[in-house]
Design a protein around this ligand. Structure first.
Ligand SMILES: Cc1cc2nc3c(=O)[nH]c(=O)nc-3n(C[C@H](O)[C@H](O)[C@H](O)COP(=O)(O)OP(=O)(O)OC[C@H]3O[C@@H](n4cnc5c(N)ncnc54)[C@H](O)[C@@H]3O)c2cc1C
Length: 447
């Protein structure tokens, strides 16, 4: 069977692209490198999957950077959250919306989300060939003529560097998924002819989930520009001193994390933060990681945390002056931050760990207040691209038609999902953008 449309990648974008094209009557073949569909969806949201973001669609679009928002506007309006979410709930997924607008399954998990997506593919009679990495997109006289597949994907051997432990137990989730996944015979080492190819091969973070940046290589080979790739929604690794790996596991609630480039603030985010053995992670870190990665080569970037947002220096000083002289300072600090962080804060302030308030002199007291408002966390060593939830950068949006997701350079080629230069914030935005651009790519390829 010569398929009408070949979709490369059975991720969020590829699944919806395939389903939409097949629903419109086309013979669709999906070629997926790994042994499962939706491999990255399975590790999303810590295995719970934040499927979309709630609220007016204009607000969802505005969460993206201006040029990205302009590009996805049409697609996200055509396949909005109020259409996507019922596609899941109609098949039994119960969802709830968190106060911050993130939509999650109530009792079920990302596995149930992927099972529903499989159901849609089956209903639309989409053929899926797993363990089938595409090696090349074939073009003749400037037109798509097919793809060449390679040998079965051999991966899933675990992380090369043990220290690179993914967040929220994703490693455990992923290895479980990959080892227990059903492996169907793939269409390996073949040339598959077709006139339309939808490139939905994702980015290059979490490479063990199958995304190793293949799409960008092909796009470049076909003449497309790939905008600079940087980490986004990623942890940040810090230089030692003052950062202390002993703090690993300490989490802070509702702080303001700030990044300073050569002393000037370039990013801030309010929320929670987690110390890791390499640096920091958690929502605040993911929130500012893209700006840090983009500015990394511009100079020295340091992180600091305001541990008491909404409380000013005089109020903290007043609280300190009211303390009983017999009280250890560390116990006062431990009222608002985890006990394990107290010695670090005191060290930064030049105060001995066992000092009582009666012995606290003015200079270290001023320093202590300063540190509560701007605790130095350390100098950024790197923002690991492969650890990000998404990669910023990708195929230039100026070379893709936002109404159809068609390449402006190669007739018959459509692009969707993370392979494009689109990276939203945490909150279900990225899956939503992938679903929507996939839907439009599928519809256009079928027309
Ligand atoms: C740990 C983690 C948690 C996340 N949590 C969330 C969340 O809760 N909510 C949210 O909105 N977003 C989340 N994201 C981001 C979201 O998963 C991505 O934005 C989204 O999956 C991108 O969709 P995509 O279809 O473009 O790419 P992917 O879903 O990555 O799919 C690409 C597919 O292409 C396949 N592929 C790659 N190369 C080839 C090849 N050569 N041949 C054949 N197939 C190939 C890959 O195996 C993969 O299956 C998370 C990401 C990570 C890593």
């Amino acid at each position: 069977m010569k398929p009408d449309v070949v979709v490369i990648g059975a991720g969020a974008a590829g699944i919806f692209a395939a389903w939409r094209a097949a629903s419109l009557g086309k013979k669709v073949l999906v070629l997926e490198k790994t042994s499962r569909i939706g491999t990255k969806i399975l590790i999303s949201g810590g295995g719970k999957c934040n499927i979309a973001h709630d609220g007016p669609i204009g607000d969802v679009i505005r969460a993206f950077r201006k040029n990205e928002a302009d590009f996805i506007r049409s697609a996200v309006n055509r396949f909005p959250n109020r259409t996507i979410v019922p596609m899941f709930t109609n098949k039994g997924l119960e969802v709830y919306t968190r106060p911050d607008g993130r939509i999650f399954p109530v009792h079920q998990t990302a596995k149930d989300v992927v099972a529903i997506l499989q159901d849609y593919l089956d209903e639309a009679k989409v053929e899926v060939s797993l363990n089938t990495p595409v090696e090349e997109i074939l073009v003749e006289d400037g037109q798509i003529i097919g793809v060449r597949t390679g040998a079965p994907f051999e991966k899933h051997k675990g992380y090369a560097n043990k220290e690179d432990k993914p967040r929220f137990g994703a490693k455990a989730l992923l290895s479980d998924v990959l080892q227990t996944g059903t492996t169907r015979a793939g269409l390996n080492d073949q040339i598959i002819h077709c006139d339309k190819v939808i490139l939905a091969a994702g980015g290059s973070s979490y490479p063990n989930s199958g995304t190793t940046g293949d799409g960008w290589k092909w796009a470049r080979d076909l003449g497309h520009t790939v905008e600079k790739l940087t980490a986004a929604l990623a942890p940040v690794y810090l230089e030692l001193d003052p950062f202390d790996p002993e703090l690993s596991g300490v989490s802070l609630d509702d702080i303001i994390l700030k990044a300073r480039l050569n002393g000037k603030e370039i990013a801030r985010w309010q929320g929670d933060m987690l110390f890791t053995h390499q640096g920091v992670s958690g929502p605040t870190v993911l929130g500012i990681s893209r700006l840090i990665a983009e500015n990394f080569t511009e100079g020295e970037i340091k992180l600091e945390a305001d541990l008491a947002p909404g409380i000013d220096h005089p109020q903290i000083t007043e609280a300190i002056l009211k303390q009983d002289g017999r009280r250890p300072i560390s116990s006062f600090i431990a009222d608002s931050v985890p006990q394990r962080l107290a010695p670090y804060i005191l060290r930064q302030s030049g105060i001995d760990e066992y000092t009582f308030f009666a012995k606290l002199e003015k200079k270290p007291r001023i320093k202590l207040v300063e540190n509560i408002k701007a605790l130095p966390l350390g100098t950024v060593r790197t923002v690991p691209l492969e650890k990000g939830e998404v990669v910023a950068g990708g195929v230039s949006l100026t070379e893709v038609d936002p109404q159809t997701m068609a390449s402006k350079l190669v007739p018959g080629l459509y692009l969707c999902g993370e392979v494009l230069d689109v990276a939203g914030p945490v909150g279900g935005y990225n899956l939503q953008a992938a679903f929507a651009t996939g839907y439009v790519a599928g519809e256009s390829a079928a027309s």
